[in-house]
Design a protein around this ligand. Structure first.
Ligand SMILES: [Zn+2]
Length: 354
């Protein structure tokens, strides 16, 4: 587990195959944004919160993570807070529950919807979460090839941390090579859930570090730490990611904190969540384990059930694991579950008080 041990030692050159160090100039920059469009009082409130954060300090905390991951902080894809778009969306249609409170895209940068971000903590949590996506955005890999005289294929793929998006477009051309029509395949996105979970873990770390340096009280810190439970889908991703880290830790004998830091490093370098090296280590432990792990990470459909998946019980009960490993795994699962419910309860209490 050479790769896992290295996070704390930034002097070791990071040259692992399959990883890239994203550079700002390789990523499409969002078009200029003018704050004049922020006319509603709700938008102005969000802008006030954004202005109240110490952006220089936050950027420095991010830069430290980049340095630790062997990347050049000078090329970090940082979106200045002045360029964060603050919108006020229209009421979603009835039955539509998938509300986008905030978003990152290379075209628009970071967008915050004032409608769903009414507290300072919400804004801080969300802007940092989206900044993690911006900073972990890899370069576009586009390929163009002629299929026939009149047809060409255009392939685009890019990574955000561990999440990988790809789309194939078939271009129909006329005699002068001008595009007459485009047939696009559905967009394929992989590893979204685990990517969101790791994003939440990194957000939590960055905010805790920021709070400790700004001298925010531990009570406030704790309350803000609970904000991850605001967004139910993310809390599940968060639990799954922690469980995944626990699994690797038990299987490899490397402490959980070190595994987590190593995964964050790989996230910032657009590496693989389940690299070949780890897969072969797992295969040595049990030929079926690497398959189980891949299933655990990739099975997007099981999102709401991931925490209690059949896969996870199968891993826990694998006959090739020692009783000690099985017990540790079960203890970790219980610990995460208890922590989640306690935090959710505290969060609900806080919400009821306010
Ligand atoms: Zn996200």
């Amino acid at each position: 587990m050479e790769r896992i041990g290295h996070i704390r030692d930034s002097s070791i050159p990071n040259t692992y195959e399959g990883e890239t160090k994203p550079k700002r100039e390789e990523i499409m920059q969002a078009t200029e944004y003018d704050q004049k469009s922020e006319i509603r009082s709700e938008q102005k409130k969000v802008r006030e919160y954004l202005d109240s954060f110490d952006e220089v300090l936050l950027k420095e905390v991010f830069a430290e993570y980049l340095r630790k991951s062997g990347s050049d902080e000078m090329t970090m894809n940082w979106i200045p807070f002045s360029q964060v778009r603050v919108l006020y969306s229209v009421e979603p249609e009835p039955g539509i529950t998938n509300v986008k409170a905030c978003e990152y895209s290379s075209k628009s940068g970071i967008t915050i919807d004032a409608r769903y971000n009414s507290s300072r903590e919400d804004v801080l949590w969300n802007v940092i979460h989206e900044m993690c996506h911006a900073v972990s955005r890899g370069p576009d890999k586009t390929k163009y090839r002629d299929l026939t005289e009149q047809k060409a294929e255009y392939f685009v793929s890019f990574k955000n941390g561990f999440s990988e998006t790809s789309v194939v477009k078939i271009l129909n051309l006329d005699e002068t090579d001008k595009v007459t029509s485009i047939e696009a395949s559905p967009v394929v996105i992989k590893n979204t859930n685990i990517n969101e979970g790791i994003t939440e873990l990194l957000t939590d770390r960055i905010i805790s570090e920021y709070m400790s340096r700004t001298g925010t009280s531990s009570k406030e810190n704790e309350e803000t730490g609970l904000l991850q439970y605001l967004y139910v889908p993310y809390s599940k991703h968060w639990m799954t990611s922690r469980l995944y880290i626990g699994l690797i830790s038990v299987l490899t004998g490397v402490e959980r904190d070190t595994v987590e830091e190593s995964i964050i490093r790989t996230y910032l370098r657009n590496g693989e969540i389940l690299p070949e090296e780890l897969q072969s280590e797992l295969k040595n432990l049990n030929p079926k384990l690497s398959e189980y792990m891949a299933d655990f990470i990739n099975n997007e459909d099981q999102d709401d059930k991931l925490f209690k998946t059949k896969t996870f019980s199968e891993i826990c009960n694998s006959p090739l694991l020692t009783d000690e490993q099985k017990n540790k795994l079960q203890a970790i699962q219980t610990e995460i579950e208890v922590e989640y419910w306690l935090a959710k309860e505290r969060y609900d209490d806080l919400k009821n008080q306010s």
